[in-house]
Design a protein around this ligand. Structure first.
Ligand SMILES: NC(=O)C1=CN([C@@H]2O[C@H](COP(=O)(O)OP(=O)(O)OC[C@H]3O[C@@H](n4cnc5c(N)ncnc54)[C@H](O)[C@@H]3O)[C@@H](O)[C@H]2O)C=CC1
Ligand SMILES: Nc1nc(O)c(N)c(N[C@@H]2O[C@H](COP(=O)(O)O)[C@@H](O)[C@H]2O)n1
Length: 220
């Protein structure tokens, strides 16, 4: 399995504002790059915080890329994966529509009724007692044939994946705005590291729109 985290942050490292609403940081060129990356992936992963804040589709926007996937014997869109301990994904969320297959990674403590409601729309992967055990959940996704994984956020999930040593590559578009706010989400939230900081090795630097895309390999 190969896991790439891709996100867009402001020049001060924020993924969104303190209101946690979706903020457009990428420009057209970066959204094209993101669409290409989605089209090359077997699955696009987000946390439940992102689903509740953004109601994302996580589909490939360009019809030519969807057609190319079909010609390659793949589904038109990659699978979508939501890391959702308590099965809080709303049944009318776009991420569980019929545009693509969806996996919901839940914990043992997710209420049974919510799991039953969602089981018609998504494949449930149960791992972990309270929070989702990401190592086990990702191992199960791999057993389902999902090898090339793109994670789009948010900051809580990205931190946990780095903490578990699951991220191979990190790609960040740094946009030309400042958002600020001590409670605004950053690229890596969670508890934060206090030692053994993951180290990054710079692999690429590209000017796009009015910002830059930085690509790193993660070294553990
Ligand atoms: N600019 C960008 O590229 C992106 C921005 N965002 C923004 O980020 C914000 C959402 O991010 P977050 O609140 O950090 O939520 P998140 O999307 O990272 O989800 C975190 C939630 O996932 C659940 N979870 C279950 N098991 C977990 C585990 N092992 N580790 C971590 N989380 C686990 C928990 O309920 C946790 O609160 C929104 O404001 C959204 O707009 C989100 C994605 C990309
Ligand atoms: N790459 C990127 N740039 C931004 O400026 C963004 N705000 C995001 N957000 C992510 O994209 C998801 C929306 O996907 P759909 O367009 O609905 O398919 C959103 O949920 C964030 O994960 N990304």
């Amino acid at each position: 399995m190969h896991v790439v985290v891709n996100a867009a942050m402001s020049a001060d490292g924020k993924l969104s504002s303190r209101r946690r609403e979706q903020v457009t940081i990428s420009g057209d060129e970066d959204f094209e790059r993101v669409d290409r990356l989605r089209a090359e992936s077997d699955a696009v992963v987000v946390g439940i915080g992102t689903v509740l804040a953004d109601d994302p589709r996580l589909t490939v926007k360009d019809s030519g890329r969807r057609e190319q996937r079909l010609e390659n014997g793949q589904t038109a869109n990659p699978a979508r994966v939501v890391v959702d301990s308590k099965a809080r994904t709303p049944p009318d969320a776009r991420v569980v529509d019929d545009e693509a297959e969806t996996y919901l990674c839940v914990s043992e403590n997710a209420p049974v009724e919510r799991r039953m409601d969602l089981s018609n729309q998504a494949t449930l992967v149960t791992a972990g007692d309270d929070r989702v055990d990401l190592l086990r959940a990702f191992a199960t996704l791999q057993q389902h044939g999902l090898e090339q994984i793109m994670v789009e956020g948010g900051g809580e999930l990205i931190f946990s994946l780095l903490d578990d040593g699951l991220v191979d590559e990190l790609t960040v578009f740094v946009g030309p705005q400042l958002i600020g706010g001590r409670d605004a989400p950053t690229l890596t939230d969670g508890d934060g590291f206090v030692e053994n900081y993951p180290e990054l090795s710079l692999e690429g630097l590209e000017e796009l729109d009015d910002g830059v895309v930085l690509s790193w390999a993660v070294q553990y």
